[in-house]
Every structure is written in C-alpha cells, then in structure tokens.
Design a binder for this molecule. Structure first.
Ligand code: SF4
Length: 341
C-alpha cells in the first residue's frame, strides 16, 4: 500500500487569482417540524440555514462562528451532504455537488471529511484504534480486510502525534486530547482535501485545546488541507483561521480576513462576541467594556422579519424591523449585513 502523501501538496494561501476549492451559494436548509393552522394545512419548518454564501480557497481555513442555534453545524453538514438541501448550490473542485448521489456521493465522501466535536461520543468504545482509524479504508475499498490497513493506521497515528503501538488499544485508554487525535487520524485516513472541523476542541480541557489546534495547523501545512473550522466563540478560531464568517440565526452576518474582523468588526453581533473574548493583558482587560448580549437567539421556526438581530441589537431602528439588510462590502474584502455600519 502506498505511503501517505506528505509534503507533496503545498498549501496555497494566496487567494488572489486562485479558484476556490469550495463555493457555497444561497445555501438553505429547512427541517420540517409539524403543522399549524385550524386544518393543519400550514407546514412548519426550522429555518436552520438561510441563503448562506461563501467560498474557501485551497489551503485556507475559514472559521465559522456563532452561538448555539446559529446554523453553523448544519451549514457544515450540508456541505458534506449529510442533511437535505432546500435551495442553493455547493461547488467543490469545480463540480456542482449539490445533488450528487450514489457512487458519486460515496466518492465525494473520500475527499470531504468531518472531525467531530465530542471525542468521547464519536469513538465506539468497543472498537480498537486499528478498527476505528482503518474502518474508512475498508468501507471505501482501499483495503479488503482491516489487518491490511495496519501499517497505514500506524503511520496515521504517528502523523497525529500518537505512538504507533496505540493501534491495539481501546479508546478508554486515552485522554480526551488523545481521543481527538484518533478522530483526526480517522478523518485523514482517505487523504481528503477538505475537512469540516465541528467544534473540535470545545469538549476538551482548556490546557490541551492549543495542542489540538496546533496539530490541525501543522497537518494543514504538511498536507495542504482546507478547513471549515466551526466554533462558538471567537477566541478559539483566531489562531487557526485565515478568514472568519459570523453566523446569526441561520444567516452569515459578517465575513472578512481574521485580523480585519478582530480589529474592525462592523456588525453589532460580531462586536458583542468580540467583547467577550478575554485579552491577555490584565490592565487592558480591566479597562474594557463588555457588551452583554441580552435576550435569546430567535425561534428558528418563526424568525423575526427584517434584520434577524433586531430583537437584541442595541442600535436597532425602525427600518431594521422590516427590511433585511444585505450582506455587502463595508471595506475591501469585508462584508457585513447591517443598515447602520
Ligand atoms: Fe442592528 Fe439594524 Fe444593523 Fe441589524 S441592521 S445589526 S438591527 S443596526
């Protein structure tokens, strides 16, 4: 079996003139939740993702941030074709994959992988590491039997910083950070180009989060990987992302380069999220005014008209309650959806 393709693919982070690896246009996901009305003739939907557009370039990490219920995980799963898509298109490597199925979808799944949030729940405790990491190789016909995958699994374990002899152990023998490394090794088994990292560090101790983020960054440099990195707070994504998209109630409300978004946030929601990120300098932290976000994220079955953030926005005016603001340029390569900024 050929060895892993290390260092052959160089990361291409310079976006100018490059074709995006992934293009998402108008992505909309709705889940039916029942019926309403006297005759039950009105169908109700959770509007999980609504008209979301962005692109991700090869070798790039796009951080996708928002509170629980903002639609970021559903966006990631829709791109991987794990939930039904109501509208919009997804283009991957120049091909429209919005409705591929059968063998084409199976083939696509080799190229697009998922790292799960919870390394405790995502690994079957009754399977050895060899089976956990080698399973995708059997499922996709790379090897016929799991024992043929042994060398590849050992190589993958070393790649993610685990000893090769971990191959014969069970998940319970590992810490949370090590289990997440096993999950990453499994995601890498089929040598994908694109990985959705769905809150991969939020279930881990703060002390080991940086190690896992550094590992993902290191793997990106070595293998030329492209990531959609989902997180619920802006402090986690800063280190790893090249650009950041902020989601609120199923919509992207702001998207820009990482430093631009931290230094010059335009949307009041982004500003509130940023004000909650701790600053390492205690003196600066003491002088800082934190914006408290009041209220809850709106009911996704019946999202408010106009700007979906207007029910919590400290500067909302009449127009915000009726007219949805477009996601439009506020500065070069910096889009935000707000009438007033
Ligand atoms: Fe606030 Fe209005 Fe801007 Fe929405 S459009 S974020 S409600 S100011």
């Amino acid at each position: 079996m050929p060895s892993l393709k290390l260092s052959e693919r160089s990361p291409e982070r310079d976006r100018r003139g490059a074709e995006p690896l992934l293009i998402v246009r108008g992505l909309t996901v709705r889940f039916p939740v029942g019926r309403a009305g006297f005759w039950g003739n009105r169908r109700l939907f959770v509007h999980a993702v609504d008209d979301v557009s962005f692109e991700i370039f090869r070798g790039e990490t796009l951080g996708l941030v928002g509170e629980t219920g903002s639609g970021k995980t559903t966006t990631g799963r829709a791109i991987l074709r794990r939930v039904p898509i109501a509208a919009g298109t997804i283009t991957f490597k120049g091909n429209d994959i919005t409705h591929v199925d059968g063998d084409n979808l199976r083939h696509l799944r080799r190229d697009m992988q998922l790292v799960f949030q919870d390394p405790y729940a995502s690994l079957n405790p009754r399977m050895k590491v060899l089976d956990l990491v080698g399973e995708p190789l059997v499922v996709h016909g790379v090897v016929r039997r799991i024992r043929e995958a042994r060398d590849r699994v050992r190589e993958l374990l070393e790649l993610v910083g685990l000893p090769a002899d971990a191959v014969d152990r069970y998940p319970h023998a590992f810490s949370g950070g090590q289990r997440q490394r096993i999950g990453i090794a499994r995601a890498l088994a089929l040598e994908p180009d694109f990985i959705v990292c769905d809150e991969p560090v939020s279930a881990l101790d703060v002390s080991i989060r940086a190690q896992v983020v550094n590992l993902l960054q290191n793997l990106q440099d070595r293998l030329g990987l492209t990531y959609l990195f989902i997180a619920h707070d802006l402090s986690v994504v800063r280190h790893i992302s090249h650009r950041i998209a902020v989601m609120y109630a199923g919509k992207v409300v702001e998207i820009a380069d990482r430093d631009e978004i931290y230094e010059n946030p335009k949307h009041p929601y982004t500003q509130a999220l940023l004000s909650a990120v701790p600053i390492p300098d205690p003196a600066l932290q003491r002088t800082r005014r934190r914006q408290i976000l009041r209220g809850e994220i709106p009911n996704p079955v019946d999202p408010p008209p106009g700007c979906r953030f207007h029910t919590r926005c400290p500067i909302a005016e009449d127009r915000c309650r009726t007219d949805p603001p477009p996601l439009e340029p506020k500065r070069p390569e910096h889009l935000a959806a707000c009438w007033l900024t």
